[in-house]
Write a protein that binds this ligand. Structure first.
Ligand code: FAD
Length: 562
């Protein structure tokens, strides 16, 4: 894959500074750099640390949107899903889903079956077609953990599972390859304007040193997810009302032995919301809630009511599980950055559509959307940005040719050089790691799915020092070489970055990685120049993050999630 560089000449402004390094901002920075624009991406914490690591991790058409006749959303979703399966097969993997239907289910089997035909049709029958079982026994033969009582049938279909944080990271890495400047732990704190009131720079603060500076730019693009209203406020933009109506979504992680499923299970909760139980090899993930949220997006966390709601819902579906708060290994909570509707609607009825807005003063912002459609959202945003800069005239691109969006044809870094852009290609990487480097099969599988073609460079670190190929946690396939790789290559700067997003022991390990936090700090510290005080501060900061995800243990289940 060719690499293009568009470094910003000294004293020249950027064409755009993207504010917010979630999947939306990372996708925009990558697309813009690929077109030949001079770009900076600014993220106040780690890339992907906001909503983009707190999703259900599905790249899907969104079956449930059919209920509300949002065909366009499903069409876009299924098409983007097909594209991502080719351009990032290591990160976007098809997995089987089963939608069991019980006597009490509304909609019933016939309606869900029609919905699935529509779903397959909107994907232009590129899906592996769904299968319908009109008999509870056949469904139980597939998934024995399900409730037998009232089970009348089920539907099996295929959708994709991803690693949302890595999807974001690979967009950032590619944006850098294409010439973008990217800054994590750098917060947008204001915008500078010229005499005509146009944005001329984005004021930022380094979160470690506190140093402030201005990134000169022609345009600011705000991709702040649930922080969008806050960033626009910082930028002095008054919309006269809140743009977003964020809703909170919580997931819980339990031992796979507690909910031993081999397919993802789609189900409707008692309050008629669609939810999922998703097998995560050694674990099972159950989610999600959907409740209005009023506080600061920085403080979102699972509370006792959220955890009880999800355990209760799972216990109805899997009667032998008897899940309670003590079974929960980890939680994560995020805010859906939904655009506020004009009239009051139930939380789960608010549309997931996105919208791009342009302001004459030189600010483009995007709100709403999904992980699944990030590439398309990025395209629309950069199209609007280029149109805006073109309309402004004054030879703004100084003779540079700005190309059209070509991200449809470009693989993410882990898939670059992967000859067969499909699951067979990814399996081949795992087989090669196992046969030529002697890596244990489960570890090889994990490395191939997390890093794709980049997995070999992780394993190479272990050839000189075999201890680096050992598991960090005996239950999970993560290895020590990944800690070094996270810092040296994958832009990790804190223990939280490593243990929550690069090697997510914080989401999967019993004790959430606290047992190894000292050893992780020992490996990271010398690479990042930490002194003893900084090492201590880092460990304390990670401990606090873990505490925030287990806050539900300390809060009484007073409020029932609706
Ligand atoms: P974010 O990821 O939140 O990024 C915004 C970034 O801006 C943050 O990283 C934040 O730190 C940064 N920021 C904030 N303030 C500043 C500042 N002052 N300066 C610099 N940076 C700043 N979509 C799917 O397709 N599939 C799913 O399965 C799915 N499941 C979901 C489940 C839940 C519970 C939720 C909440 C969402 C789900 N979504 C799903 C939606 C999807 O996760 C989001 O639409 C997407 O991640 C939003 O990305 P974003 O980049 O817009 O926002």
């Amino acid at each position: 894959m060719s690499q293009t560089h568009h470094p910003r000449p000294v004293n020249e402004p950027y064409d755009l500074v993207v504010c917010g390094g979630g999947i939306t901002g990372a996708g925009i920075a990558r697309d813009a750099a690929h077109r030949g624009l001079r770009v900076a991406l600014v993220e106040k914490k780690d890339f992907g640390s906001g909503t983009s690591s707190k999703s259900s991790k599905l790249v899907h058409g969104g079956l449930r949107y059919l209920e509300r006749y949002e065909f366009k959303l499903v069409f876009e979703g299924t098409n983007e899903r097909a594209l991502q399966m080719r351009k990032a097969p290591h990160l976007v993997r098809p997995i089987p889903f089963l939608f069991p239907i019980f006597k009490s289910n509304k909609p019933g089997l016939a309606v869900v079956d029609i919905g699935l035909w529509l779903y397959d049709g909107l994907a232009m029958f590129k899906n592996q077609l769904h299968r319908t079982y009109r008999n509870g026994k056949k469904v139980l033969a597939k998934e024995a953990a399900l409730r037998e009582d009232g089970l009348v049938g089920g539907i099996e279909y295929v959708d994709c599972l991803t690693d949302d944080a890595r999807l974001t990271l690979e967009n950032v890495l590619d944006a850098r390859t294409l010439g973008a400047d990217t800054f994590s732990y750098t917060a947008v704190i204001g915008m500078e304007r010229d005499a005509r009131g146009r944005v001329s720079g984005v004021r930022v603060r380094d979160q470690f040193s506190g140093a402030e500076r201005v990134l000169p730019t022609r345009l600011a693009v705000v991709a702040g997810g649930p922080w969008t209203d806050e960033i626009l406020g910082t930028a002095g933009v008054d919309l006269g009302r809140k743009l977003l109506r964020p809703t909170k979504g919580v997931h819980i992680v339990v031992d796979h032995a507690k909910v031993p499923i081999t397919r993802a299970i789609t189900f409707t909760t008692r309050d008629r919301r669609v939810a999922f139980a998703i097998p995560w090899v050694e674990r099972t993930v159950i989610g999600t809630t959907d409740t209005d949220f009023q506080g600061s997006p920085d403080d979102v966390a699972a509370d006792a009511a959220d955890v009880k709601y999800l355990c209760d819902a799972a216990n109805v579906l899997f009667p032998a599980a008897h899940l309670g708060a003590d079974d929960v290994i980890a939680t994560w909570a995020g805010l859906r950055p939904l655009i506020a509707p004009d009239k009051a609607e139930r939380e789960s009825d608010v549309s997931r559509e996105h919208e791009v807005f342009t302001r004459d003063e030189g600010i483009v912002f995007i709100a709403g959307g999904k992980l699944t459609t990030y590439r398309r959202m990025a395209k629309e945003t950069v199209d609007k940005a280029v149109e805006f800069l073109n309309d402004r005239g004054d030879a703004i691109f100084d003779g540079r040719t700005i190309k059209k969006c070509r991200t449809k044809n470009r693989s993410l870094p882990g898939a670059q050089g992967l000859e067969s852009h499909n699951q067979a290609g990814v399996r081949h990487i795992a087989e090669r790691l196992a046969s030529s480097a002697g890596v244990e099969a489960r570890i090889a599988e994990h490395l191939s799915q997390a890093y794709g073609m980049r997995a070999e460079s992780v394993v190479l670190r272990g050839l000189a020092d075999r201890a680096l190929l050992e598991r960090i946690d005996p239950e999970l396939p993560y290895i020590w070489a990944e800690v070094d790789h996270a810092v040296d290559v994958d832009l990790a700067r804190t223990i939280d970055d490593v243990l929550m997003r690069r090697i997510p022991l914080g989401l999967r390990a019993r004790g959430q990685g606290l047992a190894v936090v000292d050893r992780v700090a020992d490996r990271m510290g010398p690479r990042l120049g930490w002194d003893a005080a900084e090492r201590r501060r880092q460990i304390e900061a990670y401990t606090k993050v873990v505490e925030s995800t287990t806050r539900f243990r300390a809060t009484p289940p007073a409020r029932m999630a609706q």
